[in-house]
Design a binder for this molecule. Structure first.
Ligand code: GLN
Length: 564
């Protein structure tokens, strides 16, 4: 018989699974793909049967990402519950196939706002309110709340930015305190190893410095992920181990890969999943990742392609192009193409090119399908409208996302219904035909100049009209999709547009707001007021994207046949 103490200890250790926390920090440079690392760790744990969730800490002072310019910070991700969040949350949802609520994004703005509010309410009882412990307590409270509400076995906490940034100091401090407070915590540090061209050798010094910097906050990483263009060799691993005080086997390679979804499998090759369990005192578990593995192998074997043009405007940042502004659109396109056994080739088309020269439009002929994604403000709009006219007339498959649908309506109103100078009141407040106009509740919001979290946001019901393309794709009469907009198709013009052949195949259940529009006279022309890219998952493409890719493949077949 086991003594009762030992028995209880074992229960606690083995059966009563407390939430375990894995903090992921970054070093040397930003943009290392910490979000992909976080998602991949989560995936490995899911493959072992655990319930996992993830949260992202963004050390900026903005309350959320809603007001950030896309070229500044990449795409704004919209959660089911209407949060406007950093794009990393999108990676978590896509990899882990779970809906993540907005409370899983913690920013400096939220934390300070809460602390100051409490201080004003007299909740600190005369104390001097200080970064430590009051701010760090608020950070920990938010992290623990995630654990409690999600009931996950593992909560992954990705700390944005890099160690050494002035702004993430308090978050690192909170992470350090959590282990001290007897939580089960692991620290994973992702750092970059450059291979300078002039040397031709992978250098570890920058990693050493960033780990030392982390040490200044009292955090000794349990694992170091070496992010580099190629896998780390034994020499590099040994060096990092020695200088950074970790075991060699706990230095894990994270090389450049063509397909980000392969990373969980690459990590498995280094037994990273079981190593994590072992550090938590748990026995190894065989990962059940056969389906994922088959999917990756299939993607790698694909030969035939489908060429999709994305006509956007948020590309340039200085001399560089930043497709990150459309990351979910890219990923959703990939998911759909892969599920139709095609390798996607994505072409960036800057709509401003069409404004300079209409002849540039002929590039669209080379595409199998065209996506016009979401966006705000006047820049590049006329170029996008010209592109939509072109694909409508040339019968090239078209998928419009939010702004893309609004512009398709403007184009149709102008060129088919004959409404000269029809426009959205967003771009031309004096247009004689505001076919796109502010949602009624948004008029009040804008009058008060309130911009943060004030759009029509998050998951909303969409009623789908039977017998339409939308219905054939969704195979349902109601779906939930995610929205982020201020403007809508002006109800006053709906009849007129319909009388010329535009079909509104999706709307709010009360039929007041039009949410999907399509052209039955075209092989595939559909646009949605929502963003279907936010509900696409790796193994479950969104039906609109899937249908669009199928139509694009069909066009590719026809064009090739015609050429023969
Ligand atoms: N600017 C448009 C609106 O606010 C479209 C928004 C979007 O594409 N997300 O309605």
């Amino acid at each position: 018989m086991l003594p009762i103490g030992v028995f209880l200890f074992l229960c606690e250790k083995i059966y009563v699974m407390r939430t375990r926390y894995i903090f992921i920090t970054g070093g040397v440079i930003s943009g290392l793909g910490k979000g992909i690392v976080t998602s991949s760790i989560g995936k490995m744990l899911q493959f072992r049967g655990f319930k996992v969730t993830a949260c992202k800490i963004d050390p900026y002072i903005n309350y959320d990402a809603g007001t950030l310019r896309p070229t500044e910070h990449g795409e704004v991700w919209v959660t089911e519950d209407g949060g406007e969040i950093d794009q990393d949350l999108g990676h978590y949802e896509r990899f882990l196939d779970i809906n993540i609520p907005k409370s899983h994004n913690i920013t400096t703005g939220q934390v300070f706002y809460e602390v100051i509010k409490r201080e004003r309410e007299g909740k600190y009882l005369g104390q001097t309110v200080q970064p430590i412990p009051h701010v760090t307590d608020e950070i920990k409270r938010r992290i623990r709340r995630i654990a409690k509400e999600s009931k996950a076995d593992f909560v992954l906490v990705e700390i944005g930015g890099t160690v050494g940034d002035y702004e993430n100091v308090l978050f690192l401090e909170a992470a350090r305190q959590m282990r001290l407070e007897k939580e089960e915590v692991l620290y994973v540090h992702v750092a970059y190893l450059p291979i300078p061209k002039s040397l031709g050798e992978m250098k570890t010094k920058a990693v050493q410095h960033s780990v030392r910097e982390l040490g200044r906050f009292g955090i000794q990483p349990d694992f170091i992920i070496g992010r580099a263009s190629m896998p780390l060799d034994d020499v590099r691993k040994r060096k990092i181990a020695l200088f950074c005080n970790v075991k060699e086997e706990d230095v894990i390679s994270d090389p450049d890969i063509e397909n980000i979804y392969k990373l969980p499998l690459i990590f498995e090759e280094e037994r990273f999943g079981d190593k994590i369990l072992s550090k938590f005192g748990l026995p190894p578990i065989k990962p059940r990742n056969e389906e994922w593995r088959r999917f990756i192998e299939k993607v790698e074997s694909l030969k035939e392609t489908v060429k999709i043009g994305i006509v956007g405007k948020y590309f340039d940042i200085g001399e560089f192009k930043l497709p990150d502004s459309y990351i979910s659109v890219i990923e959703a396109t990939k998911h759909a193409a892969w599920s139709s056994n095609r390798k996607p080739i994505i072409k960036w088309i800057d709509s401003k090119d069409f404004e300079e020269k209409r002849e540039n439009l002929s590039i669209l002929d080379e595409m199998d399908g065209i996506i016009v994604p979401g966006g705000f403000g006047k820049a590049g709009i006329e170029g996008k409208i010209a592109a939509i006219k072109y694909v409508r007339e040339k019968k090239i498959p078209f998928l419009g996302l939010c702004l893309g649908l609004q512009l398709a309506v403007i184009e149709f109103a102008r060129n088919v219904c004959g409404l000269k100078n029809a426009n959205s009141s967003e771009f031309d407040p004096d247009t004689p035909h505001p076919v796109i106009d502010l949602l009624p509740e948004q008029k009040e919001v804008l009058k008060k100049s309130r911009y943060g979290a004030t759009m029509r946001l998050g998951g909303q019901r969409v009623k789908i009209k039977p017998g339409t393309l939308a219905h054939r794709l969704y195979k349902k009469t109601e779906v939930i999709e995610r929205f982020r907009h201020r403007y809508e198709i002006n109800p006053k013009y709906v009849h007129l547009l319909e009388s010329y052949g535009f079909v509104f195949s999706g709307m709010t259940p009360d039929e007041k707001i039009m949410q999907i529009g399509e052209l039955p006279s075209h092989p595939f022309f559909i646009g949605s007021q929502f963003h279907p890219e936010f509900t696409s998952r790796v193994l479950k493409p969104n039906p609109l994207f899937k249908g669009f890719i199928e139509a694009s493949i069909e066009r590719n077949r026809k064009v090739r046949k015609g050429r023969r």
